[in-house]
Design a protein around this ligand. Structure first.
Ligand SMILES: Cc1ncc(COP(=O)(O)O)c(C=O)c1O
Length: 338
């Protein structure tokens, strides 16, 4: 099967497994896992931030960040399709007791003007206190769209002027960094916290990191423990993450080139009625006529290709390091026959 359902389906390569096998480990709750300590230091350094904490998932890093930045009754501003709101099981309410102000964005991106319009008057006792802005880059349900960095800077200015904190759900941030030829350090300068996932597109089996100031990360470690995310000899997983960061960032360009090839072929088909701009490794398109999204997914499956029908009308295709150019060529042939 050629699996385009998600960039989370990748399996560790023999070289990654060897790095895991050779890891020095210890009890991380005691701060004694050398490999985790090295990973946290490496990632904080990449972003020019003070500290980082290793967690099992991107949901946990996002939820810890929200918990650390807010008090019950505060409000979080984010785009209507953002992962923190749509796909984290209502965690914002469950874990942090906060409400959410949703913005109708542009393929998952929001603007400084929209943030400004969404801030509640602090002196109005009827309203929750606007506390945190959460951005997503790349935006998963925006078809892997990326922000222009200048737009993020403008949002930061609004946050500074209004006492708001700024969090980044950067589950696929390295895809944005590669597509826009940016530097992680610029991100470290503007965000109060950044979540990155090493298990999406970079090939690690498990692992996300939350990055921020030393004080913030100390608080985050406490919340991680409360959420049940304190791990012991997890250096074996951290070793996979170090391997992924050293070897699999630049190659994301290849996934993006592969996505563009598939997108061009799909656009020739009259049952593909629209497609979100393909900026990174995700294709989201609308299906109508000869197929519905589920019947198109089924047709692909018959040809040994897995894609996801995310709604009755939309399919999602994600390229990643376990899909090579030969598999892309095979998929292009299938698309041509449909
Ligand atoms: C944008 C985004 N944020 C966060 C997550 C959550 O990551 P995890 O599945 O590791 O909890 C995902 C998962 O796909 C995601 O796409």
């Amino acid at each position: 099967m050629i699996d385009f359902r998600s960039d989370t389906v990748t399996k560790p390569t023999p070289a990654m497994l060897e790095a895991m096998f050779n890891a020095e480990v210890g009890d991380d709750v005691f701060g004694e896992d050398e490999t985790i300590n090295a990973l946290e230091e490496k990632v904080a350094g990449m972003f020019g931030m003070e500290a980082a904490v290793f967690c099992p998932s991107g949901t946990m890093t996002n939820q810890i960040a929200i918990k650390c930045h807010t008090q019950p009754g505060d409000e979080i501003i984010c785009e209507k399709l953002s992962h923190v709101y749509q796909y984290e099981g209502g965690g914002i309410a469950f874990n942090s007791g906060c409400s959410v102000r949703l913005i109708d964005g542009n393929y998952g991106r929001i603007t400084a003007a929209q943030v400004e319009e969404s801030i509640n008057n602090k002196n109005d006792v009827y309203k929750p206190i606007s506390k945190l802005v959460s951005l997503e880059n790349t935006a998963n349900r925006g078809g892997g769209s990326c922000y222009d960095f200048e737009d993020i800077r403008q949002i930061k200015k609004v946050c500074e002027a209004n006492d708001l904190l700024l969090h980044l759900d950067g589950a696929r941030l390295f895809n944005a960094i590669v597509a826009k030829n940016e530097s992680p350090k610029n991100y470290g300068k503007v965000f109060d916290s950044i979540s990155i996932c090493i298990s999406k597109g970079l090939g690690a089996p498990v692992g996300s990191l939350l990055i921020g100031t030393k004080e913030f990360i100390e608080k985050a470690r406490r919340i991680r423990k409360v959420f049940g995310g304190g791990m012991r000899q997890a250096g074996y997983l951290a070793a996979a993450c170090i391997y992924a960061l050293d070897n699999n960032i630049e190659r994301l360009k290849q996934d993006q080139d592969h996505a563009k090839l598939l997108a061009t072929a799909l656009q020739q088909k009259d049952f593909i009625t629209s497609m979100m701009p393909v900026e990174t490794n995700i294709i989201i398109c609308e299906v109508n006529g000869k197929y519905s999204a589920p019947t198109l997914a089924e047709e692909f499956r018959k040809h040994g290709i897995l894609v996801i029908a995310i709604t009755k009308k939309q399919i999602r295709i994600v390229t990643h390091l376990d899909v090579n150019t030969a598999m892309i060529n095979e998929t292009l042939q299938v698309i041509n026959q449909l």
